[in-house]
Structures are given as C-alpha cells and as structure tokens.
Design a protein around this ligand. Structure first.
Ligand code: GTP
Ligand code: SPV
Ligand code: MN
Length: 598
C-alpha cells in the first residue's frame, strides 16, 4: 500500500484495515491527516479550487468557508440508519436492523471502486482529551475534504493520536458515492467497532466521530464497560461566591442544547455575578468518579450548531464562536459582502444573495409556511466552529477528569402537557421521566416536522442497542452512583392558543436553572404533584422580566386530562420497545397513573 505521506502509526491491525478498505474503494491516492496548519491550508485551497467550498471575506470572517450539500442531503436520515448486531433483538425494536453479513455485502457493492480518481484521507482522531480515562480513539477514512476539515474542528485529530491507535480503535469508512438517497446507508456494527457510511455528505451522517461513534457505538461500549454516552450539553453555573455547579441536559435535536449551553444570564443575575460556562453543547460521556459523584466530559472539540435563530441576542456566544475558523453549511451567501446570513440572524436579509440550494435568492418571497423552498438558509443549516472560539468556554473544557454533575435535565418541545419545569422523586423515577420524554420533530432529521413522538432521553435516534436494555443500564447506573445528580424535566416551548411561545426562553432559562440548582442544594421548597415536584409560583424569580405571575402559574400548571391521555401513548410506546422494558419502569408508570387518578 502506498501512502503519499508518512503513516501516523505502525500498528499492523490498523494498517491492514486501511489496506482492506483501499482495496475495496480503490482510491488514486491515500493521504494521512496530520492536522498541521500547512496541510489544512492546502486542503482548503484544493476544496475552493473544485468549488466544494467557498472562501468567505477573510477580513470579516478569517479562515471561514461556506459549503453547500446536495439538496436531498441536508439532515440525518433516520430511516437509512442501521444498527447491525448479530442478533436482531440486540438492536431492539426502535432501531433499524440489517444482519451484519448481509449489510457488509450490500455496502461493499456501493463502496467498490467508489474512490477511483479520488484521494482517500486517513483521519486519526480522539473523542475526549488524549490519554484521559474517558478518551476513545478512531480512524475515519473518507474521500471528502469537507469531512476532513469538519473532523479537524469537531474532534482532536491528527498526528498526536497515532500513538494511541491499537486494536480497540473504532473503524469508520465514509464514501461520498453517488449521493443516491435510496442507497444511502449509515450503518453501525457495534460488535465489530465499525461504522460504514455511504452516499451522503451531510454532517450527522458522515462526521463519524459525532453521532455514529460518540453516541451509537459509545452507548454500546458504555453498557458493557459501565459508563454512559448521552445526547447532553454540559454547562457550569457560577454563583456570585465563585462556586461553579455543573448540569447535563438532554434535549432532542434542534431543541435548545447549544443555546442553553452558552446562556447569557439576564441582567438581574449578571449584575449579581452569575455566569454560565460551556463545557459541551451536544454530547456527554459520563462516569462514576472515585468521590461517588457522576462526572462528565464533552468528547467533542467543536460545535456543529444550528445556524437559523442564532443572533446577537439569542446566543451571542455561539455567534462569536463562528467569527473565525468556521465552516458554514447550507446557509445563505451574501454576494455583496461575501459573508453569510440566515433567518433570524438580523432583519437585514442580503439583497444579492445565493440561497442554500445555490440559486439566486429573493428575500421578498420568503414564506414562513414554506421555509424549505423560500428561505435563504436551510432550517437545518449549520456552523462548525472550534470550541476554543466560544467566549464562555469553560476552563474545564480540556480537563481530562471532566466535571461533576449536580443535576441532569431532560426536556422537549411540547406545546401543551409538560410544565416549564419539574423534579423527579428519585433516580428511578427520573429514569422513568427520561423514558417517557416526547418532543415535536424538527428539521435536524429528514421527515415530517412538528409531529409529537416519544424520544426517550433525547436518544431515540442514537442508542446503539435495545432501548429496554438502555433503560435498564440507566437504572443499574443509578445503583452505582453513591451521590447521583438529581433529575429534572423542562419545557421551554409551551404555546398559547395562537401558537406563540409563552415562556421567553433563551437567557431567561437561567431563572429555571437557578431553581433547579437551589433544589439540589435544598435551598428552596416545591409543590408535590402527581408528576413530580413543581416550583411554587413565587419561587421562580421574575425580576426584570415582563411576565405576569398568572402566566407563570399557567406555565407551571399540570393538565391532568392531557397527562391521562398521554398515558395511553406511553403504554403503546413501551409495548413497541418490547420485552426488555424493565419492570421497574412499568411500576413507575402504574404509580403515575394512580397519582393522576387521585
Ligand atoms: P442539535 O444541534 O440538533 O442537537 O440542536 P440543539 O439541541 O443544540 O438546539 P439549538 O440550541 O441549536 O436550538 C435549536 C432551535 O431552538 C433554534 O432555532 C433556537 O432558536 C430554538 N431555541 C433554543 N432555545 C430556545 C428557547 O429557550 N426558547 C425557544 N422558544 N426557542 C429556543
Ligand atoms: C443533531 O441532529 O442532534 C445534531 C446534528 O446535533 S447532527 O450532527 O446532524 O446529528
Ligand atoms: Mn444533537
């Protein structure tokens, strides 16, 4: 096998696997990604030459680039995502499954000679800080420069990883192929530590370190090795005395993780000295520490964030993070300034612009009811920004030990039913609360938008094994954490009869975080209800906010009838998950029903 540059490992197992993949895909060249500035610059230049990327205004946006994916390739495709365990029942009823032998056979046909005339890039990368107890290593093979440049931002990639590669590494093979949506596959072989992705070039399907490894494969590893991989942001809330308490929060895709992770407290709190530090915005790996607490790291190194709605007011920290070294995907291109724009950035849409599809765009034709066809930026357009760019990045970001969690927060997008916040009675009840999570679907995945579906722990698309076993793992972990975080549920998305959000959200979510951490410290009371502990109306601080107590009362109210109606749906969902749903969760469901009937 001929590498064009020096291989970054001598490990035979790794080299043999690369050789096998190269024999199958047949690239003209094979290049190791060492991650050096020189190499990255050359790749950027090459991508600009072929039109794969557009170099943006380097004075306003240094080292920033724009990329457009194919029009039919703009989000994760859950229907084309498979967990290929030997036994179907190990993948469970929620995941799509193909037998490994059959899947390898089908995909080999798609990979065969797919890299003829192209370069295969070999990306060694780490999820987590190199050498840390949490860290895991992978290699992604890809024929896409866009993937290389994103992986270099999103993970710790390059030369330094070489010495950590051994037989335990995760093997990822990505080929752009023909982008044929009917032959698009994102396949996981957890028993073989292997990920095969073909015929897509959209982030979540092809940045194999992210959802594929850090959630699907990692959740599988976590179950066997006694730790957890979760779709959670991690933030630290600093109080005026300087103490920082950490929380992890799991919300489904495009439901507010990046926003909460970088929250700017309202002026009232800022003046007192409160501050939020961002450790992670999408994925958390959790381990029990020797002190008996649950510790968390963010295995990623960058943010792959939703662009629309990000602005100076909603998320100034995310916006600041995108001002250099960032790749924008499927946003609107402002030709006058050679910069980028998206819906919700400001109310000055560009006059001479190219939309996410690559066509001239007339902002006057924008129609909220038909965003896909009339918006400048795709609703799931994204920025890939280095975490280090974020003004509120935590000084624990690189700490190999991670941070200890005081609270875990679940949340979803629910127009009705779920109150602004409630606290579970225990770890077991909290696990139940996670298991019955539901949310309206968003543009982050292909398919209908705004449909309520059950999305346990925000992990429905990301658990690499049976959902019932996953819940059992949560319950088992509870037994192994002497001092576990308290578990809460929030909903920023309650609407009035006209469909407007009642809660201001964003920075004002701080008011809810404060109640949550005060509960953890035993500093504030609560009302015991059928679903859990709910704040007293006077216990959420509304200082500096134009929100009536009456509205807050409504936000905190529990509509028993809609909860009872939800029970039927929960039972259906548990039945769908099937035989492996733990008895302890059925017990919790029964108790909830009894409390609602009282
Ligand atoms: P993924 O990257 O897909 O996992 O998404 P995410 O969970 O990080 O979601 P993100 O923070 O990017 O928010 C997605 C959308 O929700 C954006 O359009 C935000 O403007 C909106 N959003 C975030 N927080 C709030 C909030 O508190 N209230 C309301 N009404 N909208 C919010
Ligand atoms: C999500 O969809 O939850 C994301 C974006 O964070 S993706 O990388 O596409 O999964
Ligand atoms: Mn996500």
């Amino acid at each position: 096998m001929k590498f064009e540059n020096k291989p970054l490992t001598n490990n035979e197992y790794v080299l043999n696997w690369i050789e096998e993949c190269a024999a199958l895909t047949n690239p003209d060249r094979i290049v190791w990604i060492d991650g050096s500035e020189k190499q990255i610059d050359e790749l950027r230049a090459e991508a600009c030459k072929t039109g794969e990327m557009i170099k943006l205004n380097q004075e306003l946006l240094p080292d920033c680039y724009l990329h457009r994916t194919a029009v039919n390739d703009v989000a994760r495709v859950e229907a084309r995502t498979f967990i290929c365990t030997k036994k179907k029942e190990d993948a469970g009823n929620i995941n799509n499954w193909i037998a490994p032998r059959e899947c390898y056979k089908t995909l080999k046909k798609l990979y065969k000679n797919s890299m003829v005339g192209k370069t295969m890039y070999v990306i060694p990368y780490a999820m987590g800080q190199l050498g840390s107890e949490f860290a895991k290593y992978g290699v992604e093979l890809t024929d896409s420069i866009y993937v290389v440049l994103n992986m270099v931002i999103m993970t710790r990639a390059g030369e330094a990883v070489g010495k950590y590669l051994d037989e335990s590494f995760i093997k990822g093979l990505h080929a752009t192929g023909t982008l044929d949506p009917d032959n698009r596959y994102i396949c996981h072989f957890p028993e073989d530590k292997t990920i095969w992705s073909v015929n897509s070039a959209y982030g979540g399907n092809v940045l194999l370190g992210k959802k594929c490894f850090a959630l699907r494969i990692a959740s599988f590893l976590g179950k066997t090795e006694g730790w957890m991989a979760e779709h959670m942001l991690i933030l630290g809330l600093q109080s005026p005395d300087g103490e920082i308490k950490y929380v992890g929060a799991a919300f489904p895709s495009a439901c507010g993780k990046t926003n909460l992770a970088m929250l700017v407290p309202p002026e009232y709190y800022r003046k007192k000295g409160y501050k939020v530090w961002c450790v992670g915005d999408d994925i958390a790996w959790l381990r029990v520490g020797s002190d008996g607490r649950l510790w968390a790291i963010n295995p990623e190194n960058g943010f792959f964030g939703v662009a629309p709605g990000t602005n100076e007011k909603s998320n100034p920290n995310a916006l600041a993070a995108t001002r250099s070294g960032t790749i924008f995907t499927n946003v609107c291109h402002d030709l006058d300034t050679n910069t980028v724009w998206w819906e919700g950035l400001n109310d000055r849409p560009p006059k001479h612009a190219i939309n996410w599809k690559g066509e001239p765009w007339d902002y006057r034709k924008y129609d909220k009811a038909d965003k896909i066809n009339t918006s400048g930026a795709h609703p799931n357009s994204r920025f890939t920004a280095p975490a280090k760019n974020c003004p509120c990045v935590s000084d624990k970001f690189d700490d190999p030990a991670g941070v200890p969690l005081s609270a875990i927060i679940f949340g979803g997008r629910r127009a009705k039913t779920a109150p602004l916040v409630y606290q579970s009675f225990s770890w077991q009840h909290g696990t139940f609360v996670g298991s019955i999570m539901a949310s309206e679907t968003t543009a982050a995945a292909a398919g209908a938008i705004g449909v309520v579906r059950r999305d346990p722990m925000a992990m429905r698309p990301f658990v690499g094994y049976d959902m019932g076993d996953y819940w059992k793992h949560w319950l088992d972990m509870g037994k192994k954490i002497p001092n576990p975080p308290k578990i809460f549920h929030v909903n920023w998305f309650r609407t009035d009869d006209e469909g407007n959000f009642i809660w201001p959200g964003f920075g004002d979510n701080m008011r809810v975080l404060k109640w949550i951490l005060d509960r953890c410290d035993g500093k504030v009371g609560a009302k015991r209800t059928a679903i859990g502990y709910v704040p007293k109306v006077t216990d959420i601080n509304l200082e500096g906010l134009k929100l009536k107590r009456k509205t807050l009362k409504e936000l905190l109210s529990i509509d028993t009838e809609s909860w009872k109606a939800d029970i039927a749906n929960i039972k259906e969902f548990y039945a769908l998950v099937g035989k492996r749903v733990p008895k302890r969760l059925y017990k919790e469901l029964e108790k909830l029903e009894q409390r609602l009937d009282k």
